[in-house]
Design a binder for this molecule. Sequence first.
Ligand SMILES: [Zn+2]
Length: 473
Amino acid sequence: MHEIRFFNTLGRRLEPFRPLEEGLVRMYTCGPTVYDHAHIGNLRAFVFEDLLRRSLRFLGYRVVQVMNLTDVDDKTIRGALERGVSLDEYTRTYIDSFFADLDALHVERAEHYPRATEHIPDMIDMIATLVDRGYAYQRDGSVFFRIAADEDYGRLSGIDLEQVKSSARVASDEYDKDDVRDFALWKAKKDGEPSWDSPWGPGRPGWHIECSAMSRRYLGPSFDIHCGGVDNIFPHHENEIAQSESANGVPFVHTWLHAEHLIVDGQKMSKSLGNQYTLKQLLERGLEPRAIRYVYLATHYRQKLNFTFSAVEAAAGALRRIDEMRFRLASAVEGEAPSPAVAAAIARLEDDFTRNLADDLNAAGALGAVFVFVKEINKAIEGGAIGAGDRKRIEDALARVDQPLGVLDAGAWQEGDGDGGGLDDAEIERLLAERQAARARRDFARADAIRDRLQGAGIVVEDTPQGPRWRRS
Ligand SMILES: [Zn+2]
């Protein structure tokens, strides 16, 4: 097995990855603030984290992933007030929208999606510990973390604290803090805001404490991986480390991984440029979600991803090459003995693919290995070199490497509910007969359309010398 290496933001270097508990990876991924629909820049980090969890499993680990839903903060409160609905009603719309986006991109569900508003006691508990230990203090019903009490502060981001001092001064009028750099753990209630009771009076938690408290609740005080976008490094993740290590007295997280920004047509996304797309807007324009997922995978997570419509088109073309190979393979006639060329191609695929993925999640390199494989198998099909059992061996190899990628299987991306889409056996047989007739008159477009319809309904068709066979996937 190839050794896994990750680029750890903490220390800024590539290093071998070993979890605290053998065979199990515990990871925390900062989730969305549910005040609006996610845009494609937000979704980049979530697809990266999906690739990470799938890859860790592919590389032999069990994974427990936690992703918080920030359902109380300035933006959600303002949104609910403006719309005249409760916070819960307001955020529910965007929580549903978020999960719909994840499903559309075939992002696997994490093990836990804790909501901030359901874990207020955990946060109060942690804040109380910080006050007891002298890391936090109360002012007019709010509680602040005292940065001067934490010698290690700034370790993750390498931030220059003197610079923070001058930039924070501008924004510090609102609260009466001892030091302008100190950040709020608990915010005293303001008029019209939702609030919870606490030892310091009614109020609500700050954003940073939410992740420290919920990660401890689900993963314990020390765990393996913490992810987010690069914009989370400072101050959010820096503050999480300060809170968690000061409260728990043990190292917080071993490996920090951060996804770079997504830009559109080489420009920063912004509302004023009109390029801040949501996934729904792209799907309404007819872009394929499968090709969009491919675009996310094809740029290394530590590089800026330049999203363009032509990149999505190119991704769709790349995927079509794989689909076409599989289609040709399905009707290739198998020879008597297994082909050594096919065996060699499979071995090379598995080695190159795994090595790339283990090397700081080089998905672009892993996809490259898939295309080398596709080329070799096409050559084998053309040369009549597909041997006994090779078809299944090739399909199995593709299914294995698709476990972390989640894009290679066209059937999995068709519309339909996977239970036959309401097609009964007689209807399936009728469609198959119609497809055979279309092929006989060389109407391949019609034959393909029928095959797609069956595939979309979760029906796998295999062409054998005795004619087509089918099964429900
Ligand atoms: Zn967070």
